[in-house]
Design a protein around this ligand. Structure first.
Ligand SMILES: Nc1ncnc2c1ncn2[C@@H]1O[C@H](COP(=O)(O)OP(=O)(O)OP(=O)(O)O)[C@@H](O)[C@H]1O
Length: 116
């Protein structure tokens, strides 16, 4: 994560907040868009900890999630690679599904954007 103004950590245009979950291979953070205030969940995955089979599974999961747009399924908004994968998905609040694209122009030079 890049450190922004005021010592806050940023992923793209999102200010990283508190940890909201953890999986076997992930840490999930609350994120808030620095301009619009849109809330998201930021899933951090250190791919170096995954064997090649798990890395392939992750790529498949990302490929499928990017194609799905359904009110009952979490939406993958974007994915940013630092030296590992990071995905930005929607953060469910009051059963609403937020839909907003991350502005590629705002990404820092060492970040790389995949898809749209
Ligand atoms: N979009 C989200 N909104 C809110 N919380 C989330 C979101 N995505 C994940 N979490 C939280 O983070 C935890 C870990 O999620 P993640 O998808 O990484 O792992 P998992 O699939 O639940 O577990 P595992 O990888 O071990 O099978 C979840 O159990 C949940 O508490």
């Amino acid at each position: 994560m890049a450190q922004g103004r005021g010592g806050r950590y940023m992923v793209g245009d999102y200010v990283v907040g508190k940890q909201i979950g953890a999986g076997s291979f992930s840490t999930v953070w609350h994120g808030r868009h620095r301009v619009h205030g849109t809330e998201v969940a930021i899933k951090e995955i250190v791919t170096a900890r995954l064997n090649s089979k798990l890395q392939e599974s992750l790529k498949s999961e990302i490929f499928i999630l990017k194609k799905i747009n359904h009110p009952n399924i979490i939406r993958l908004h974007d994915m940013i690679e630092f030296y590992q994968w990071r995905g930005i998905v929607n953060y469910p609040q009051n059963n609403e599904v937020h839909a907003e694209n991350v502005n590629a122009a705002s990404l820092e030079p060492h970040e790389k954007k995949y898809g749209s």
